[in-house]
Unconditional design. Structure first.
Length: 260
């Protein structure tokens, strides 16, 4: 029963470590790729984006809200890209810093109109005014070269908050670094336990081989094996057995009266 519990625990730990590694790789990739030419995270052509506001909150199938993680298709050729009314696109909002990180944010809104000059009028489904209204938002009509990704309808509700948290120093330490440290310590303990078990098994097989051909009863053989294992255990920890003896000897000498 104990072995089964240990086996289950080891499996659960391995699964947890795999999940942590996947998330950490995702976060690291998002951080590094978001500093590239496209400006948005790029994981194999997909852009995982954390929603920063409720501007797209609504009852449409492709609506989302603050804290969600949405998946967008990265646009590789922005110059020749064409879009239609109803597309939900991610573009750079010049002068807008919702998360207060000192950088212009990327907004994901729906295209409501295509202007004659080829630019696009966008609006959040929950907003009353178009994005190109300077008094309301201040980033102007959207040109195709300023659109970096197109929302493909996939989202994970609330997961964006988690991704944003582990991108902080505290979140990265608590969610990624600390569990990995604990895992490596756990693995080190497992290695020590396995080495001890291996040595015991090796000693047992050696003892059994030594008395296999001896003319002894089964009881004598078992006793001989136990004595051999005890001797081996004593050899593995000589310091532990010698330390108490030395302390006892010192105490005895201290108690003896000195001759005058």
């Amino acid at each position: 029963m104990k072995k089964k519990l240990i086996k289950v625990l080891n499996i659960l730990v391995d699964i947890l470590v795999v999940c942590i590694l996947i998330v950490s790789i995702l976060v690291i990739t998002m951080v590094f790729t978001s500093n590239g030419d496209n400006g948005v995270p790029n994981v194999f052509g997909k852009a995982p984006i954390t929603v920063l506001s409720d501007s797209m909150k609504g009852d449409k199938p492709d609506d989302f809200e603050k804290g969600d993680l949405i998946l967008c298709d990265v646009v590789e050729n922005r110059v020749d890209a064409k879009y239609k009314v109803g597309d939900v696109v991610t573009f750079k909002a010049n002068g807008v810093d919702i998360d207060k990180d000192g950088k212009d944010d990327y907004i994901t809104h729906r295209i409501y109109k295509i202007n004659k000059n080829g630019t696009y009028q966008t609006k959040g489904d929950a907003n009353k005014t178009y994005d190109q209204d300077p008094k309301a938002n201040g980033w102007g009509d959207i040109d195709s070269t300023n659109i970096f990704a197109v929302y493909n309808g996939f989202k994970i509700s609330g997961f964006g908050n988690f991704i944003a948290y582990i991108q902080t120093s505290t979140g990265f330490f608590l969610v990624i670094l600390l569990p990995m440290i604990i895992f490596f310590l756990y693995q080190a303990i497992r290695v020590v336990i396995n080495v001890i078990a291996y040595n015991k098994e090796k000693a047992l097989k050696k003892a059994q081989a030594m008395i296999q051909d001896a003319d002894l009863t089964e009881e004598q053989k078992q006793k001989a094996i136990e004595e051999y294992l005890a001797q081996q255990a004593a050899k593995e920890a000589p310091a532990e057995s010698e330390a108490p003896a030395q302390e006892e000897k010192q105490e005895t000498q201290a108690e003896e009266p000195s001759a005058e």
